[in-house]
Ligand binder design. Structure first.
Ligand code: GAP
Length: 447
């Protein structure tokens, strides 16, 4: 069965509950730039922390890096972005809208949305022109061509130019990797679908340096499998994930092989790339060596060789994966015995922005004080939310909608024996647990 289109509902939930807001909304908004609110920033941070843990902390063969966004402009000449990071663009002289010439079938004519641009009688499309996606600005007080710098369109180049710095400082031996998380900027012609394609976004990239004389394709296969496993570990449904091998037309000229990991976003968006795993050979290092005129070869002291390593890259969007996690988690359910159903974000507990809602059943008999003390005892260990207002059913619904995995209720029995009820978001099962044991019990349930 096809997965439903939940995008519109998610956009509204994300705004209402404080996950994601449109940037500069009070000024009418900025095109395809989004701000993360209190819950969104926690969700995205939990996701990035999982990636950092899996890729850097839990491994001895990958080092972390945080390179600057602004780099020497020659970097982007060497990488090929100045000459080739372009999309073909067409303008409509009638409605003044701009479209990607190669994606007209995905776009709607603004004057007649049931038609694609060019299909309506009044459409007057220009010939395609190449449009560079890099944002340009100026370094220093003078706005002249000599001071042009770019906002990086990918984080990877910061890794390449620091390859020898990191290798020598950390005394890593090939094979090893360098990983970083950071902002990237692309002046996309047709951004859209909420945080799927934006002009400012975060990437989580890792370049793994291998000996070209070794079985380097084995590393490519290894990273493909590792990365797919990581997406599954987020709870993304098995049938919503697949590999897409780049066809010869899609394959960049320097890439030896490339696979996308795609997720099924449902509705008309369907399967789309969330991560790329690319075998880039020695293209980037050899170009930086040529353009900087600095030797970037690795010195293999064991075998007394110097060489430029091959690179296997894994590149995943933090925002796009956050969207995949939200789409995957959203569900609407009937509730037995209740007229109104519930909306649930079935987030993995470790990704959920709030781990537990804490509810005193009534505002009497010492329950609010007990709840306040419990919340302040748990807060240093997990984000919790104390909610004293409204019927208990409504308080459950509010937490279900933001993906809180457990709701803890303080009731009359708590005041007698110190136990509380813990209600599971997904099974709705309730169990009584001693309040003093809660911290340890919940910690074991946070995968
Ligand atoms: N260094 C390789 C590289 O940047 P890419 O396929 O262009 O490869 C990698 O980008 C990932 O970055 C994509 O799979 C996607 O998750 C994310 N990404 C790329 N452009 C994006 C955009 N405009 N908005 C949001 N995420 C984007």
């Amino acid at each position: 069965m096809p997965h439903p289109d939940v995008m519109e509902k998610l956009v509204s939930l994300c705004k209402r509950r404080g996950f994601i807001f449109q940037s500069s909304e009070i000024y009418g908004g900025t095109g395809s730039v989004w701000d993360y609110g209190p819950l969104g920033v926690e969700l995205k941070k939990n996701l990035k922390d999982r990636w950092w843990h899996a890729m850097v902390r839990a491994r001895s063969d990958i080092e972390g890096l945080d390179a600057a966004i602004l780099m020497h402009p020659r970097v982007w000449e060497a990488s090929g972005h100045v000459a080739g990071f372009t999309d073909p663009m067409v303008d409509c002289k009638t409605c003044k809208a701009r479209f990607r010439a190669d994606k007209l079938e995905d776009a709607a004519c603004p004057r007649k949305p049931s038609k694609h641009p060019g299909e309506h009688g009044d459409c007057a499309l220009t010939e395609p022109r190449n449009f560079n996606l890099m944002f340009k600005t100026f370094m220093g007080p003078v706005e002249e061509s000599a001071s042009v710098v770019y906002l990086r369109p990918e984080t990877a180049q910061g890794i390449y130019v620091n390859f020898l710095n990191v290798q020598q400082a950390s005394r890593q031996k090939i094979p090893f990797g360098i990983a970083q998380i950071g902002k990237a900027f692309r002046n996309e012609i047709t951004p859209g679908n909420f945080i799927f394609r934006t002009r400012e976004f975060e990437q989580m990239e890792m370049q793994f340096f291998v000996d070209p004389a070794s079985d380097h394709m084995q590393w490519f296969e290894y990273w493909k499998a590792q990365r797919m496993q990581w997406h599954r570990s987020l709870g993304l449904q098995e049938d919503r994930l697949l590999f897409h091998a780049h066809t010869p037309e899609e394959l960049a000229h320097y890439a030896r092989a490339a696979f996308d990991i795609q997720f099924d976003f449902g509705g008309t968006l369907g399967f789309q790339e969330i991560e790329g795993v690319h075998h880039r050979g020695d293209f980037d290092l050899s170009r930086h060596q040529e353009y900087s005129t600095k030797r970037l070869e690795y010195a293999d002291q064991v075998n007394n060789r110097r060489y430029l390593p091959f690179v296997v890259e894994t590149s995943v969007g933090a925002d796009r994966t956050t969207l995949a996690v939200l789409v995957n988690a959203y569900r609407e359910e009937a509730v037995a015995g209740e007229e109104e159903g519930r909306v649930v974000l079935g987030l993995l507990p470790s990704l959920a922005p709030i781990k537990a809602g804490i509810f005193p059943l009534t505002k009497k008999e010492g329950m609010p004080e007990f709840a306040e003390k419990l919340a302040s005892d748990l807060r240093p260990h997990f984000p919790v939310f104390l909610d004293e207002s409204g019927a208990i059913g409504r308080r459950y619904r509010r937490q279900d909608e933001i993906g809180t995995p457990w709701c803890i209720t303080i009731d009359g029995q708590t005041m007698v024996d110190g136990t509380v009820t813990v209600r599971d978001r997904d099974t709705l099962a309730q169990e009584r647990i001693a309040a003093t044991a809660l911290r340890d019990v919940l910690a074991t349930r946070l995968p």
